[in-house]
Write a protein that binds this ligand. Sequence first.
Ligand code: AMP
Length: 280
Amino acid sequence: MLTFKTSKEIRAYFKSRSKSIGLVPTMGALHSGHLSLAKKACAENDYVVISVYVNPTQFNHKIDLESYPSNINSDKVLLDPYSDQIIFYTPDHKDLYPGKIQSKSYNFGSITAHMEGLFRPGHFDGVATVVEALFKNIQPKKAYFGEKDFQQLQMIKNLNAQKKMNVTIVSCPIVRENDGLAMSSRNLLLSPEQRKAAPVIYATLQTLNKKNLKSDVSLMNRFFKKQVEQHCLKVEYFFVASINDLIPVSKLELNKKYRFFVAVFAGKTRLIDTIELDRI
Ligand code: AMP
């Protein structure tokens, strides 16, 4: 597997090759969720750049940044079956932030006004700054993002359009553990007790999707909190938002598409999940 530390090396490598490049931006500690993006990207492009960069500006708390898991060696082992196509890119800060390590400011309207945007101020400016730099430096034809971070995915589509970067944004479904927990690098930080409790998040979203509570969001909110907080978990937020503008609603309208968006703390570890609601 080719490994580069700078986008300059990547550009030099592709200069004499007219090959299509796919990009999969990650923060490492790779799991099967990331691998599903890599697999799809390998099927659709000649080469795939997998970036591993833990971006300081998208973290709200120093402790979250410092405890973020990292294991470059096992990341490479996981990607090994695709090593002929993959370029493993582990930039340092200078490669993505030529000046100060500081976010740029963006306006994504309602897309980033709620959920993660509200509870993690500055988070999306941090993500957008790095994704814009990656798109400019690597110039991929396609870039792959998971629906696990659905709000981020919509923000990136908007960023790509605003900046006219002409990258095809490919969305990939959430990969889950057998017990339904959405795969996440942060799952590594869960205690055995927290890990055992965490599948209740997805299970409750599924129950809510089937239950006859669907017209009343505050009832759904109470039900979610009651189920999830029976265990060692604490709900930070529960929202139902329309999938286009990502504005939370209190009542559902017929024939519109909505998703649940939730954030739950297991001790200090924050877990998010989202599923689309079946139509009412
Ligand atoms: P991260 O390393 O957490 O920043 O994630 C890198 C990319 O992988 C993002 O586009 C995520 O949405 C995606 N991703 C993370 N977990 C999953 C999952 N369980 N299923 C699908 N995609 C995921």
